[in-house]
Unconditional design. Structure first.
Lengths: 224, 224
DNA sequence: TAGATTGTTAATCGATTAACAATC
DNA sequence: TAGATTGTTAATCGATTAACAATC
């Protein structure tokens, strides 16, 4: 709060915050007042220096040599940066299997987001309720976003129509887009687009897996 | 196929392959025989050189100056690297809201993975079927993995029990883990762990959003 | 005081981008 | 041939890691 910081936090650091949050929260539960970078690093198998740098980026005060960082203050600052306190409303477009999945997923609120409505083109979906959220026709998307001051849109439509939906969201005043479609969307510079691609995670996994299996086969061959 | 390459592909490059695949597939649909790096780059808003390097990493032949890369051969090579052809079986542990979501999600097969069974501790879940997959007690996890030669495990349990499940999976012969719990798991070196953290994506999104909103407010103030 | 831990400044590393000669 | 596009070698950039003085 006291630091102008906010903008100076790298995406890499941001992506580690949820991990820190958890560890520090545990420390609080355990009644600890201070926690040190080496302790956190050990827990997360990260480098001590990285943790120190990350904490420095979000922490409004300084750590105390020999003791570490105030658990309570760290928690407050991290939560502040994460913006967990003020829940932001979002709409989701594309109630297919992934879309339905996300509509039913309750974990978003933990990170400051709440999906308030779903939209789809299919008449089969329109009118239904998924995960407690009503599904409406895409016709009403713009109107809804404007009326409810929606700033976040989640795109779970097929790649073909993703750009079109993106344009629609942007024209309705949405500023941030969480894109699950396997393409890179085009939008004005001030719109922030986060591409979530599980395909990539799967690829990396199966790549490593393949290497691992090959290594195992080599081992077996040697033994024979 | 002809290159030993496989291991030399960076995670960064891997994560862009799904995008390339899509563009190149479109080119094929359009009847094109060749596609150039600049063309792909323009489509994806990437740098031409990056595309060239990425393609070089996966392509078993060389591109042809002035023409570009053979669409068919590129497709074959990318698919080969992605291992999309041979579907790998996976189990999912933790049939909560995210777990159920993933069990119902059909998109994994597109990237070479198929969830064949779900496991949970809750008696409410056990015996049910989600997304066509049976949910069994965690008791039977090890046995199932061994019997079906499962090499991939998906963890969607709460952070508290994630490590325990991870250990269980590893002892049952699983080699790759897709972890959705917000903590970093410990496992023997040869086990590949991919952490999917949507929290991070959400954080980056809301961070940019906040900056954007602040910028807008400044604009408004100026006008007043 | 001594030692652990901090913040800061410098070195390393990997990925991206630039420059350029080779070639169809 | 001329020009577009390739592959390769070098420069830049950002993030991670190391080194070290400051301090509770």
């Amino acid at each position: 709060m006291s630091k102008p910081a906010v903008s100076g936090i790298s995406d890499q650091t941001l992506s580690r915050l949820p991990y820190y949050l958890r560890i520090i929260d545990e420390a609080k539960q355990a009644g600890k007042e201070y926690i040190s970078a080496p302790a956190i690093a050990a827990e997360l198998k990260l480098h001590e220096i990285q943790v120190r740098k990350d904490l420095a980026a979000v922490f409004s005060e300084n750590g105390i040599p020999k003791k570490g960082f105030s658990v309570n203050k760290l928690l407050a600052d991290i939560k502040d940066v994460m913006g967990t306190d003020k829940i932001k409303k979002a709409v989701l477009v594309g109630a297919g299997s992934l879309g339905s999945a996300l509509l039913s997923y309750e974990g978003f609120s933990e990170y400051g987001m709440q999906i308030v409505a779903g939209f789809d083109r299919s008449k089969k979906k329109i009118g239904k309720t998924i995960g407690g959220k009503p599904i409406s026709s895409i016709e009403f998307l713009s109107e809804f976003c404007r009326q409810h001051q929606i700033k976040i849109g989640i795109i779970t439509v097929p790649a073909d129509s993703a750009q079109e939906i993106c344009d629609l969201l942007v024209s309705a005043g949405v500023l941030g887009i969480l894109n699950f479609a396997p393409l890179r969307l085009t939008a004005p510079e001030q719109i922030s687009i986060q591409n979530v691609n599980m395909a990539a995670s799967l690829l990396m996994l199966s790549q490593h897996l393949r290497q691992q299996l090959e290594a195992q086969e080599l081992e077996t061959e040697k033994k024979l």
